[in-house]
Design a protein around this ligand. Structure first.
Ligand SMILES: Cc1cc2nc3c(=O)[nH]c(=O)nc-3n(C[C@H](O)[C@H](O)[C@H](O)COP(=O)(O)OP(=O)(O)OC[C@H]3O[C@@H](n4cnc5c(N)ncnc54)[C@H](O)[C@@H]3O)c2cc1C
Length: 649
């Protein structure tokens, strides 16, 4: 039995004091009404920093600038258009009920709370479901080319964890098209001078003055110049941290630095262990691989998942007769079949592979077969829906999925954890707001497919402009001079860290450390977690982190484009985050959503929650890399969707 004091300490509870009460349908309306307003003429006197230009940051920056605020926007790519959101393939949910199949705002709310395994806040999720319908209108107005049916109406498809068709899509490029919409809206404001765009600038520190977030320290990634940027409020839209696992479906640049720097300055980090492992990725092909590729969940609309009935069956898929195949998702979960949520589909894939029935190299794969769909709809129809995904699969694997089933295996994909925010999306540091994947707020322990884009755009286009205005109504705040001790201290911290990296002059590359950290995380804090494994992982991470600070080699200088230096900073933060993820996973002695504790499962191997003990958000406070973090619990209340055993059978 773990001694609690070995790894963390318990702190005071935390409450979301910004959340309105009363009937859930009217909470957001009431919050909008009670929020203080800023007179349009005063908005131009207020400056907001937005870190991130993905769907969350891009939509937030464009909307705030359109409203009249002065916005300073930052991203580390060479253009806002390259934010990781561009990778999103499958679609975006909205409760439009265009299919007349029984959908509603309430059903989207219900599905999301249930899909998140009853570990999300009801108020936030209801708001998300209600703004979902506005998002589609907004994007159509921007010209986003959503797929349409023959008659011209917007088309829909289904995603996991639902029995309705509510996912809007633009072939397999939904994220790209939505991002172009947000980017155009940003460009308009850049042209008007209301957004100051700073591409290729990385935020390396948060500046907190008298308890409020007032600025950031950034490094120009081309020249190495370090500057301090001040504002009345700071918004982080810096995305998720799945790359702590090294191999993931995320863009290689995705990292935790912006959030982690804020965490070190006092922002609580919530539910860090909630990681989404996506069931439909192309299996790993070798030890030198640096990236995994997602095959969109939309493929499970028409693809059927199966493995051979017998362990060790090495025949080609086409040689295995129907009677000797196990369509295990359809067998175990007849009502949702291939469209069970991601956590369930991933674990089921792992189970059949553990039984020796996996396919492909190393037995780490299952088939996703389109033969039925091609027979039923014809190849042309399948191509029209998924053509670019099939092409991508063929380019990577050399196999033609129209002729032979795809091979897929689960991979790290999304992080439900993130900086703790209240209903207003404000962190525990006043003036620091967090939107999109970077916050923890809406998906509980498991995100349903097509709801990250919904949340990012909901936060940026509709929620933040109201709640941030409420905060800014008390501004403009006193100007902070560049020689203020908080500014000087933050800047010095960045400079010292960079000099330290450059002076170690060790003998191991940053990537070799990152790969080893990722391996520890996947092995012990991946699809299945145990007390023993997590305890071991914490020890391994600590000693690897010590070794990193002794042996890492960062060539070059700080005054130039230096990708090794950039990576060193990110990996150093991943070490601290990885340890916290393991501590969080260790303390949560239940299985829920993406967090499967082997010690907590039902007789038939399904995840077993313990609502009496763990129905809370775990919000962690930082006290130093070598000191125990403090756990603050936010109790979750369920007035509408009562926790029950999640069943997709
Ligand atoms: C392959 C793939 C497919 C997906 N498909 C779907 C889908 O079909 N539907 C769905 O709903 N979701 C999907 N998702 C999830 C979804 O794409 C993401 O959750 C979402 O796009 C995140 O958006 P974001 O704006 O929060 O962050 P990102 O798009 O990750 O943007 C982060 C931004 O922050 C900036 N940034 C980060 N750190 C710093 C720093 N320190 N300094 C300066 N700038 C910084 C980056 O430059 C970038 O501009 C998919 C994810 C993947 C990996």
């Amino acid at each position: 039995m773990i001694l609690m004091n070995d790894f963390w300490q318990d702190g005071e509870g935390i409450a979301d004091t910004a959340a309105p009460d009363g009937p859930i349908e009217t909470r957001w309306e009431r919050r909008k009404f009670t929020a203080k307003l800023v007179n349009p003429a005063n908005r131009r006197k207020l400056t907001v920093i937005v870190v991130g230009t993905g769907l969350a940051g891009g939509s937030a920056a464009a909307t705030l600038a359109e409203a009249g605020y002065h916005v300073k926007s930052y991203c580390y790519q060479d253009t806002p258009r390259r934010a990781h959101s561009i990778a999103a393939q499958g679609g975006i949910n909205a409760a439009k009920n265009y299919r007349n199949d029984g959908d509603s705002i309430y059903r989207l709310f219900y599905d999301t709370v249930k899909g998140g395994d009853f570990r999300a806040r009801e108020s936030n999720v209801y708001r998300l479901a209600s703004v979902s319908v506005n998002i589609i209108d907004q994007c159509v107005a921007q010209g986003v080319p959503f797929a349409r049916e023959y008659g011209g109406l917007l088309d829909n498809r289904s995603f996991g964890g639902t029995q309705v068709s509510r996912t809007f899509y633009a072939r397999g490029q939904t994220g790209q098209q939505l991002l172009l919409g947000a980017y155009q809206a940003m460009e308009r404001q850049i042209g008007l001078g209301t957004i100051e765009m700073n591409a290729r600038h990385e935020m390396l520190e948060l500046i907190v003055v008298e308890g409020k977030a007032r600025g950031i320290v950034v490094r120009d990634m081309v020249t190495g110049e370090i500057t301090t940027e001040m504002a009345d409020a700071v918004v982080l839209a810096s995305g998720g941290y799945g790359n702590v696992f090294f191999l993931s479906t995320n863009a290689k640049g995705c990292n935790v630095t912006a959030s982690w720097r804020a965490h070190r300055k006092g922002a609580l980090f919530a539910n860090p262990c909630y990681t989404q492992i996506h069931p439909t990725c192309i299996p790993e092909s070798g030890t030198h691989q640096s990236k995994l590729t997602l095959m969109s969940e939309s493929l499970r609309n028409d693809g059927r998942v199966w493995v051979p009935l017998a362990a060790g069956d090495a025949r080609k898929p086409g040689d295995i007769p129907e009677a000797e195949r196990d369509y295990y998702l359809e067998r175990i979960y007849p009502s949702f079949g291939n469209l069970v949520p991601r956590d369930i589909a991933s674990r089921a894939a792992k189970n059949v592979c553990d039984e020796g029935r996996g396919v492909g190299p190393g037995g780490l794969g299952v088939y996703l077969d389109f033969a039925d769909a091609i027979g039923r709809l014809g190849q042309k129809a399948v191509e029209a829906k998924y053509g670019n995904l099939f092409e991508m699969y063929e380019r990577i694997t050399g196999e033609n999925p129209y002729e032979t089933p795809m091979r897929i295996y689960p991979a790290v994909h999304y992080t439900m954890g993130g900086l703790w925010v209240d209903y207003d999306l404000q962190s525990t540091i006043p003036g620091l707001f967090v939107v999109g994947e970077a916050n923890f707020s809406d998906h509980g322990a498991n995100r349903l497919g097509a709801s990250a884009l919904m949340q990012g755009l909901g936060d940026g286009y509709f929620v933040l402009p109201t709640t941030l205005g409420n905060y800014l109504a008390a501004g403009p705040f006193a100007t902070v001079p560049q020689d203020h001790e908080a500014v000087v201290e933050a800047r010095r911290a960045v400079e010292d860290r960079i000099s330290r990296f450059l002076s170690i002059d060790g003998d191991r590359t940053v990537d070799s450390f990152h790969r080893e950290l990722g391996h520890i995380m996947w092995e012990y804090c991946g699809m299945e977690r145990t007390e023993e494994g997590l305890t071991k992982a914490i020890g391994l991470i600590r000693s690897l982190r010590d070794e990193f600070w002794q042996r890492v080699k960062v060539p070059g200088t700080g005054e130039q484009l230096n990708q090794n230096l950039e990576k060193a900073g990110r990996v150093a933060d991943f070490f601290e985050l990885g340890e916290l993820m393991c501590i969080d996973a260790l303390h949560r002695r239940e299985s829920c959503g993406g967090h499967f504790r082997a010690e907590s499962q039902s007789e038939d191997g399904e995840a077993l929650r313990h609502d009496d003990e763990f129905s809370y958000v775990a919000a962690w406070e930082y006290f130093g890399a070598d000191r125990k973090p403090t756990l603050h619990k936010e109790q979750l209340e369920f007035e509408y969707v009562h926790p029950s055993t999640r069943s997709y059978k």
